[in-house]
Design a protein around this ligand. Structure first.
Ligand SMILES: Cc1ncc(COP(=O)(O)O)c(C=O)c1O
Length: 404
């Protein structure tokens, strides 16, 4: 198996492309205003890697460092917290501008709504965000995790007071279990993937992610460089990638950056769907063994597929070593560049970019994606060291996925 495979998206179209207006700046400002109501809110840094850009023969590389998000080490909480707020605003029949975290945790709201239990399935980061939201808003949370989940991730979820169970199932089957549990117990399913008949909450989760796109857009502009020409977006079910691409497509229209989807080989459903080129999503099944736990999802979200099908430039299917190299490069940068603590799913796009720029076997892919000395690349390190032992094994000791 190759280290990195690429597939151009031949179904990309400008004519009648999927609507992205729900992820534009207006919606993003509503989401950010809610997030700003948490005492832990601060815009995460956008780190400019000038030396690395020069080293790789690119004009610009900037990395949004989500390890700083709400003290939770990953971006995911943006989605879960916002979806819960939207759900509560509907139940309370109040416009979003009146719905703040302080208001939602008030005794008056609890009296009106009674006990609310949030239910979800997660590889770790989303569940931690939902559990944290429940804790912040004085609610309960029940979280299910797939087989093989890192114990530290389950522990972090339990620390918020949530009930957390590691199942014997893969990610996609764990989602089905969470759905059944919510239906049987009257809990509120807060799932970050959509399927036909379950799209409202996942849509709000995606809108919650646009807070980081809005921040990145403003931060990029404030450093005075032309807008990014490329964004590399890691995908599990595709909610993050579709929301961020949706934001930039809303703002920049036809000038939106080329969006390259990055996935682990073990769960490369968008790569396979682009390869099939029949306009339909293609799932990966079975146990998806990869260090990129956050990306180990085999079934594209029904909300995201049309956006990525119509608007992504292509997809990269990566060996674990690609993510591991990305982690080491970000942890130990060239002189003048700042280090970024980036976990397995966070660093995959940088690892893929480095691999593409440095290997002659990628000449064709580089040309197809138009990556050259004039390219300005925006990346998102979506998590820090969410599995600290694995992080050290890879970054300190060159373990799992070392070498090429
Ligand atoms: C750190 C990290 N990055 C990226 C993703 C991918 O997000 P999505 O499943 O929306 O594609 C996840 C998903 O859990 C994640 O945890």
């Amino acid at each position: 198996m190759k280290t990195l495979d690429y597939c151009h998206n031949s179904r990309r179209t400008n004519a009648q492309a999927a609507d992205v207006s729900l992820f534009g700046p207006e919606e993003a400002r509503v989401a950010r205003a809610f997030h700003q109501g948490f005492a832990q809110y601060t815009a995460t840094p956008l780190v400019r890697l000038k030396a690395l850009a020069e080293h790789l023969g690119l004009a610009e590389i900037q990395v949004k460092d989500e390890s700083w998000r709400f003290g939770l080490n990953a971006f995911k909480v943006l989605g879960g917290s916002y979806a819960v707020a939207r759900y509560l605003s509907q139940r309370l029949e109040l416009p979003m501008r009146e719905v703040t975290p302080d208001f939602l945790r008030s005794a008056a709201v609890r009296e009106k709504l009674g006990d609310v239990t949030l239910v979800t399935a997660t590889d770790g980061n989303h569940g931690r965000g939902v559990a944290w939201t429940a804790q912040q808003l004085h609610m309960k949370a029940v979280v299910f995790m797939p087989k093989g989940s890192a114990p530290v991730r389950a522990e972090n979820i339990r620390k918020t007071g949530a009930q957390c169970t590691v199942t014997e199932l893969n990610y996609d089957d764990t989602v089905r279990l969470a759905m059944q549990h919510a239906a049987a117990t009257g809990g509120v399913l807060v799932q970050d993937t959509a399927w036909h008949g379950y799209e409202e909450v996942p849509l709000r989760i995606m809108q919650g992610y646009t807070t980081l796109a809005l921040e990145a857009d403003e931060q990029w502009q404030s450093c005075g460089v032309m807008p990014p020409t490329h964004i590399f977006l890691q995908a599990g079910v595709g909610s993050f990638a579709a929301a961020v691409l949706g934001y930039f497509a809303s703002v920049l229209g036809d000038d939106a950056p080329q969006a390259v989807i990055v996935e682990p080989q073990a769960a490369d459903c968008f790569y396979r769907s682009f390869r099939a080129a029949d306009g339909h999503p293609h799932a990966v099944t079975g146990h998806m063994q990869t260090i990129m736990a956050g990306l180990a999802c085999g079934e594209p979200s029904s909300l995201c597929w049309p956006i990525l099908r119509d608007r992504a430039a292509g997809a990269l299917s990566c060996a674990d070593s690609v993510a591991a190299n990305g982690m080491r490069i970000l942890a130990s940068p060239l002189p003048g560049d700042r280090p970024v603590c980036s976990g397995e799913s966070g660093a995959a796009p940088l690892g893929a970019l480095e691999y593409m720029m440095k290997n002659s076997e990628m000449d064709e892919a580089r040309q197809e994606f138009g990556l050259d000395a004039s390219s300005r690349v925006l990346l998102f390190s979506t998590e820090g060291d969410t599995s600290p032992e694995l992080y050290r094994e890879i970054v300190w000791y060159g373990g799992r996925g070392a070498g090429r």
